[in-house]
Write a protein that binds this ligand. Structure first.
Ligand code: DAT
Ligand code: MG
Length: 151
C-alpha cells in the first residue's frame, strides 16, 4: 500500500563518510515520503535488541561495536511497497554483491561496513519503528507531490 512504512538507518560509517545527504536523496527522489528522522547514539543494549535475531552469530560482537561507534541517522520512509523497494535501493548485504546503482553497490565494499540498514519485512518494520521511535516522533503530512507520484 502507499502508506507502507520501513525503517531505514544510516549506520555510523555512512554518517562519518558524509553520506546522509546522498542516501536521503535516493529515497526522496524515488518518491518516498520522510515521516521521521533523528540522529542518535542509542547504546549497546538498544543495538543488541535491534539485532537480537543475530545474537548467536560470530560477527555479532563486532557488529554491535561498529553500530555503537558513532551517530546513526534513524528514519521512517513511507510509500508504495516501501519495505521491499527500500531493500532494493540499499542493495545486497555484502556490498561486493550489490548492483551498481544501489547505495551499497555505489558506496561500500565490505559487509561489516555496509553503511545502511533497511527492514526486511513489513512485520519487522513495525517492530523496528516501535523500537527506534517514540509515539509523537512521526509526522503525518500530505506531500504536494502525491498526485504526481501516484495515479
Ligand atoms: P541486512 O543488513 O542486509 O539486513 P542481516 O540482517 O543479515 O543483513 O545482517 C545485519 C548486519 O550484520 C549486516 O548489515 C552486516 C552484518 N553482517 C551480516 N552478515 C555478516 C557477516 N557474514 N559478516 C560480518 N557482518 C555481517
Ligand atoms: Mg537485516
Amino acid at each position: 500500500s502507499t502508506t507502507e512504512q520501513t525503517f531505514i538507518a544510516i549506520k555510523p560509517d555512512g554518517v562519518q563518510r558524509g553520506l546522509v545527504g546522498p542516501i536521503i536523496s535516493r529515497f526522496e527522489t524515488r518518491g518516498f515520503k520522510l515521516v521521521a528522522i533523528k540522529l542518535v547514539t542509542p547504546g549497546k543494549e538498544h543495538l543488541e535488541a535491534h539485532y537480537a535475531d543475530l545474537k548467536e552469530k560470530s560477527f555479532f560482537p563486532g557488529l554491535i561495536s561498529y553500530m555503537n561507534s558513532g551517530p546513526i541517522c534513524a528514519m521512517i520512509w513511507e510509500g508504495l511497497d516501501a519495505v521491499k523497494t527500500g531493500r532494493t535501493i540499499l542493495g545486497a548485504t555484502n556490498p561486493l554483491a550489490s548492483a551498481p546503482g544501489t547505495i551499497r553497490g555505489d558506496y561500500a565494499l565490505q559487509t561489516g561496513r555496509n553503511i545502511c540498514h533497511g527492514s526486511d519485512s513489513v512485520e519487522n518494520a513495525k517492530k523496528e519503528i516501535a523500537l527506534w521511535f517514540k509515539e509523537g516522533e512521526q509526522v503525518s503530512w500530505k506531500s504536494a507531490l502525491e498526485s504526481w507520484t501516484y495515479e
